[in-house]
Design a protein around this ligand. Structure first.
Ligand SMILES: NC(=O)c1ccc[n+]([C@@H]2O[C@H](COP(=O)([O-])OP(=O)(O)OC[C@H]3O[C@@H](n4cnc5c(N)ncnc54)[C@H](OP(=O)(O)O)[C@@H]3O)[C@@H](O)[C@H]2O)c1
Length: 348
């Protein structure tokens, strides 16, 4: 068979602190090809349909000698697992004979076609001697997902049914209906799911966003109080509608500092209040609760979505060549809804 074009996005160079540069740290390559009839040697072929960049992937682009909660990407390889596949079909499990199609969800290289598992781009976690709190991102599997048969678009697997929805599902396990919650950046991918999940659990919800359009969206999600934190004094809103039992922080100490050197990060200036007000601060990774909660998530959330009970917004970037732009939009405040890179338009 003639070689088939197989464009990809390469992680080309380790960045320092500061914004990523398209064409330097991340490079789109249009020239690669693939022979779709080549032996699969026990693997299986996937075609990428949708990709969804996530804020945490910035931290995976680093010098591997820097230890943190995630394993790093491998320079010179496609952006494996740094950019997630919304879904990808497999052309024949274990060989060309079966020709059965599955739609899969999970981490995959940013290229049109991949032979899975893509071991060349896998970070050697076993030899790296990382601390026990590090999660081997490359250990995540591709899983089959059900066909929504038109009940909702496939792009929902990047938002409500993807990492953002699952994060809210895992993180809200401990809340109770009589609580009052404040959600910072309530219009974000995760924040919008937190607002809706809190309301579904019976909580009273206060949420904020940085623009009036975001505030309107937050209101449409059912928040009891929604406000623009750039034009309203946060403390006065909380004084009027508080006190709070629960605060979900989507941005501070995380996305707003992903590009910053450690010395420029803010730190918590009011730590003494933790004991004075008997506060409990809990960090978590979505992967912590994933294996226990994923079956319940997949049983409950697609049904709610098909019934129109969950809302989400996605911003579609059509074509893998738009992938870097979609990824960078996460860090300059220009993203409008969950960015989704549409690689196969039949699945937009
Ligand atoms: N622990 C976990 O397992 C886990 C899993 C998924 C995500 N997360 C983290 O949760 C956070 C939210 O994720 P997401 O998917 O909701 O992100 P997102 O959809 O990209 O939204 C992030 C929001 O943060 C706000 N923001 C404030 N400062 C910002 C800055 N300097 N640059 C960009 N955005 C800024 C923006 O909302 P406003 O304009 O309204 O301020 C933006 O919409 C991220 O830090 C992500 O890494 C953690």
């Amino acid at each position: 068979m003639l070689p088939t074009p197989n464009p990809r996005v390469i992680y080309a160079k380790v960045p320092g602190p500061g914004p990523l540069v398209a064409g330097e740290h991340l490079v789109y390559e249009s020239a690669p090809t693939i022979d779709l009839d080549a032996p699969l040697r026990g693997g299986f072929l996937t075609k990428t349909l949708l990709l969804s960049p996530e804020p945490f992937m910035r931290e995976r682009l680093r010098d591997p000698s820097i230890f943190t909660y995630s394993t790093p990407m491998v320079v010179g390889q496609p952006c494996r697992r740094r950019l997630r596949a919304g879904a990808s079909p497999s052309f024949g499990e274990g060989g060309r004979q079966s020709q059965r199609l599955y739609v899969l969800y999970g981490f995959t290289p940013w290229e049109h076609y991949s032979v899975q598992p893509y071991v060349d781009a896998r970070f050697d976690f076993a030899s790296a001697n990382y601390p026990s709190y590090t999660f081997d991102m490359d250990s995540m599997l591709l899983r089959p997902v059900p066909d929504p048969h038109g009940a909702f678009p496939w792009s929902r697997f990047a938002s409500v049914l993807g990492m953002p929805g699952l994060t809210a599902f895992v993180g809200l396990e401990s809340v109770a209906p009589d609580m009052k919650a404040y959600v910072f950046s309530g219009a974000s991918g995760v924040g919008s799911m937190v607002v809706q999940s809190c309301k579904a659990k019976g909580l009273r919800v206060i949420a904020s966003g940085s623009a009036d359009s975001k505030v309107d969206f937050i209101r449409s999600l059912g928040a009891d109080v929604a406000f623009n934190y750039k034009t309203t004094i946060l403390a006065s809103v909380l004084a009027e509608h508080g006190p709070l039992d629960y605060y979900w922080d989507n941005a501070c100490g995380a996305i707003s500092e992903y590009n910053a050197p450690a010395e420029d990060c803010y730190g918590v200036k009011t730590l003494a209040l933790v004991f004075k007000r008997r506060l409990r601060i809990q960090g978590f990774l979505v992967s912590d609760g994933m294996s226990a909660l994923l079956p319940r998530f997949l049983a409950e959330v697609p049904v709610l979505l098909a019934q129109g009970k969950l809302k989400s917004e996605e911003q579609l970037f059509v074509g893998l060549e738009k992938g870097i732009e979609a990824f960078l939009s996460l860090y300059d405040g220009t993203s409008k809804g969950k960015p989704v890179v549409v690689v196969d338009e039949a699945y937009a």
